[in-house]
Design a protein around this ligand. Structure first.
Ligand code: EPZ
Length: 420
């Protein structure tokens, strides 16, 4: 097992280039199943969730080949199986996209119950509801989900909760369905739009992604034989933005979409840090003083992302005054606060709220990453803390951040990966 050893404090300075979005890549890779042909994906992040997605496609019979560090060729014409390997699918959350994709292409899917970050209950009732509305029978038992249909017919689907995964899965299952599907109360995250753009590039007819209602006119087949470049990672960009604020540094973030970062940018300005953007793909964040207190409530896009909540928690832990976070998406996303408290923070979590009494500085400590974004937050905490921080359970971080320690090292952080 590897651990990260961080020696602080460091004021981060320099440029960082953002990778392709994890949450788009892990949906687009299974979506290639619908093509029944070949396509090339560019700007693919080199992270473990992508690697396992590729392995599963290979197990199903696809030909998957890396053409370069971030370029992936996928040929799904030889897919023969609709049974995804249960041991692999249970390792990460996004394996649920195999259900929509296999159901759409082969009218049958058997996939192990998805794993992924432990953030509390993660039901999939809205996914099942969408598949059933299209005519599938869904069974969830013995650790797996089976969906089968004689044929899929477009329908109206109203999501009871705004769900990223259910929105994408409903799109995947309806692209090749007969007739028109209208999905209401959908999620609007950048990765939803990216999946729709990918499918449209391959011949689908999806309209309205990025708004509350998505309309899909079913097509007979997708054509493939095209390339698609995955959108930059909103959360990775946000993670580096907040590392600049926490460390009182000066970071220029390149290859991001600044429009996707507005909720984070607004909070950074409220906390007294500086933001300069070209309104396109570059944003500079710098901070010369202790950040001011603020409050956040997480919400679906365009609200403040839950996946940025732990990183903001680090900033709040050293901010001037008392800040409050209200987590409205996940019931158990404050596990990192116990680790920050080991480092001298004064955080009181209570249910879905946590109160951060800002302290002047943190001090190094051994800490445990409970999930992906908690791990990223602990790296930032280690960078700003006095002394040495050892971060354990970093496989969570590797699931979603490409070369994170290298990127932080280039900004001046003293961070090493150590194999034990
Ligand atoms: C996606 O998870 C992301 N994962 C998560 O990112 C992210 O935290 C989350 O969206 C919210 O933005 C991937 O994209 C792979 P949801 P997902 O369905 O799709 C409830 C990270 O760190 N719900 O939008 O699983 C659910 O309980 C990860 O990168 C139902 O009730 O999230 C939650 O309260 C962690 N029934 C809310 O909806 C359902 O059928 C939003 O969940 C589905 C969801």
């Amino acid at each position: 097992m590897d651990k990260l050893v961080v020696k602080g404090p460091t004021r981060l300075k320099g440029n960082v280039i953002i990778s392709g979005a994890k949450n788009a890549a892990v949906a687009i890779i299974p979506a290639t199943i619908l093509i029944n042909g070949k396509c090339v994906l560019e700007n693919v992040p080199n992270i473990s969730d992508v690697k396992i997605s590729c392995d599963i496609l290979k197990d199903l019979g696809a030909k998957v080949e890396w053409l370069g560090e971030h370029e992936l060729s996928i040929d799904t014409s030889s897919i023969i199986s609709s049974n995804a390997p249960l041991d692999k699918t249970s390792k990460f959350r996004a394996s649920y996209y195999l259900i929509g994709s296999l159901l759409g292409r082969k009218l049958s899917a058997t996939v192990g119950l998805p794993g992924g970050c432990n953030l509390g209950a993660r039901p999939i009732d809205q996914h099942a509801k969408a598949f059933e509305a299209l005519g599938a029978k869904v069974d969830i038992s013995q650790g797996k989900i089976t969906a089968k249909a004689k044929k899929l017919i477009g329908n109206s689907i109203y999501m009871d909760v705004v769900s990223v995964g259910a929105t994408i899965n409903a799109m995947l299952a309806s692209v090749l369905a007969e007739g028109t599907t209208v999905i209401e109360n959908v999620a609007k995250e950048p990765h939803i739009v990216d999946v729709a753009n990918f499918l449209n590039t391959m011949g689908a007819d999806i309209r309205g992604a990025g708004t509350d209602v998505i309309k899909i006119n079913g097509v007979k087949q997708l054509h493939g034989n095209a390339s698609y470049s995955i959108v930059p990672d909103q959360i990775e960009a946000g993670t580096f933005m907040l590392s600049a604020v926490a460390s009182r540094g000066d970071i220029t973030i390149k290859n991001c979409i600044t429009k996707h970062l507005e909720s984070i940018t607004a909070k950074i300005i409220e906390m007294g840090a500086n933001v300069e953007t070209d309104g396109g793909d570059t944003i500079r964040i710098w901070c010369n003083k202790r950040p001011l207190k603020a409050n956040i409530k997480t919400a679906p896009y365009p609200g403040f992302p839950t996946d940025m909540q732990p990183q903001m928690g680090v900033v709040f832990s050293i901010a001037d005054g008392t800040s409050i976070i209200n987590e409205s998406i996940w019931e158990s996303r404050f596990q990192y606060t116990a680790e920050l408290n080991k480092m001298g923070a004064k955080i009181t979590p209570q249910g879905k709220t946590a109160v951060f009494e800002g302290v002047k500085s943190l001090s190094g400590s051994p800490v445990y990453s409970s999930d992906l974004r908690a791990g990223a937050a602990l790296i930032i905490a280690g960078i700003i803390a006095n002394g040495e921080t050892e971060i354990y359970n970093i496989h969570h971080i590797d699931r979603g951040y490409e070369n994170i320690e290298e990127k932080f090292r280039k900004l001046g952080a003293k961070i090493q990966r150590v194999s034990e």
